[in-house]
Design a protein around this ligand. Structure first.
Ligand code: HEC
Length: 399
């Protein structure tokens, strides 16, 4: 009798527990199944992404990148990326929806455009105002706005710069009407998306490009392979046919000594002739952003074997009309207007060189005589010239 009551009690107490345990088990099992399903969908997405292309799935983009886009980009590119923003521009911003990118449509290329901006256009650089993570997120977001990218395996001839600069030599096409081809050309593609285009014989910088690097029309050839640079020209240096850059009593010719890739940058080294003066110059180009707008810097490092005689360095484009000269906190700036009406601003460290004025607006920089000297010439390419920019150069920052 007693044991009867006990077992009844046990049943009464245990059965809800058993039910509970069973219920939990079922829930856990169901949960496991869904989780597996989510996992396999995720890996399917990964496969799709790597095999086909990013941007194919209509994934809802993370709110944070959309918010960043609204805050920093939409006023020019439009909320939907259709290029119709609220800000009036004298040159329309790009519509991302049709996918026509002149500066490259890979995530890396878009990241670089966002970081350095596009000289000579209203597209600003964001390397100071947005973190690397934010710019990466924005690059991915911009890709999702366009149509799915096509598989570009057909473009085997295209050489892309990734984590180290690339130097190629070959036949370069003409840079424009009336400008010659260069059978011996040199292209230096930097990891910042800038390409410096030189002719080899006198090592003169002809143009600076931005965007994708180069297509080789013929891989089988050795020297003289025709090259097709892909990035648009953002600046034709001295109209694409520069005079000698260095002078010491007479114009000095440069002779290529070597090209070198080191610490993520590629440089050219040349010897200045004629003999007597023995100066080795190492030169490299780098994208920069300034409050005034995007541009690039040319760095020159002089190794002077004859300390008493230092050549002068001609300021690029200085036969253009000089609009104004401005002393900034660290740099002197020369604002010039080219023959095509484009504004080109050249700046150099004011304490490392003295300006020598020559005939016809030609400005030369005299560096102090010593065995080693450095100077950087910054070229900024704003859309137009105005009081705000003047103030930014004078103060070295935002107004
Ligand atoms: C002040 C206006 C303005 C703002 C702000 C702006 N852009 Fe632009 N952007 C432009 C213009 C104009 C162009 C087209 C330049 C040209 O003519 O090649 C452009 C071009 C681009 C390109 C290059 C497309 C190509 O052809 O390869 C990308 C990428 C881009 N913008 C992304 C962005 C992103 C991302 C932001 C926000 C972080 C942004 N832009 C903010 C004006 C702007």
């Amino acid at each position: 009798m007693r044991s009867h009551t006990l077992s009844l009690l046990a049943v009464l107490i245990l059965s809800p527990l058993v039910a509970l345990a069973l219920g939990w088990g079922a829930w856990w099992y169901a949960e496991l199944l869904t989780r597996e399903r989510i996992d396999s969908t995720a890996s399917l997405h990964r496969v799709m992404r790597s095999e086909v292309v990013a941007g194919m799935q209509a994934r809802a983009p993370a709110t944070s990148s959309r918010a960043l886009f609204s805050a920093y980009c939409a006023q020019c590119h439009g909320e939907t990326g259709d290029g119709r923003g609220t800000q009036t521009l004298d040159r329309p911003a790009r519509s991302f929806r049709d996918g026509g990118f002149s500066f490259g449509n890979t995530r890396d290329a878009i990241f670089r455009t966002i970081s350095s901006g596009i000289g000579g256009t209203p597209m600003p650089g964001f390397s100071d105002s947005l973190s690397i993570g934010e710019r990466t997120a924005l690059a991915a977001y911009v890709q999702t706005l366009g149509p799915p990218a096509l598989d570009i395996s057909t473009e085997d001839m295209v050489l892309e710069v990734r984590d180290t600069p690339i130097v190629v030599r070959g036949h370069l096409p003409s840079l424009g009407e009336g400008l010659p081809e260069h059978p011996r050309g040199l292209l230096i593609g930097g990891i910042d998306g800038m390409t410096a285009e030189y002719r080899v014989d006198d090592v003169r910088l002809l143009a600076v490009r931005q965007g994708r690097f180069v297509e080789r029309t013929d891989w089988s050839g050795r020297g003289g392979t025709p090259l097709k640079p892909l990035g648009p020209v953002i600046n034709l240096v001295d109209g694409g046919d520069p005079p000698p850059g260095f002078e010491h009593e007479q114009a000095l010719e440069a002779r290529l000594v070597r090209t070198m890739i080191e610490d993520g940058r590629a440089s050219v080294t040349y010897m200045l002739d004629p003999g007597g003066l023995q100066v080795l110059v190492e030169e490299w180009t780098e994208a920069i952003t300034h409050a005034v707008g995007p541009g690039y810097a040319r760095h020159f490092q002089f190794h002077n074997l004859d300390e008493n005689r230092m050549p002068t360095l001609r300021l690029p484009g200085s036969d253009h009309r000089i609009i104004e000269r401005i002393e900034g906190p660290a740099r002197s700036w020369i604002v010039q207007e080219g023959t095509n009406g484009r504004i080109e601003i050249q700046g150099f460290e004011s304490d490392s060189a003295r300006v020598i004025e020559g005939e016809g607006n030609i400005l030369r920089l005299q560096l102090p005589s010593s065995s080693e000297a450095n100077i950087s010439i910054v070229t900024l390419l704003p859309v137009s010239w105005n009081e705000t920019l003047r103030e930014q150069l004078r103060t070295g920052g935002a107004p």
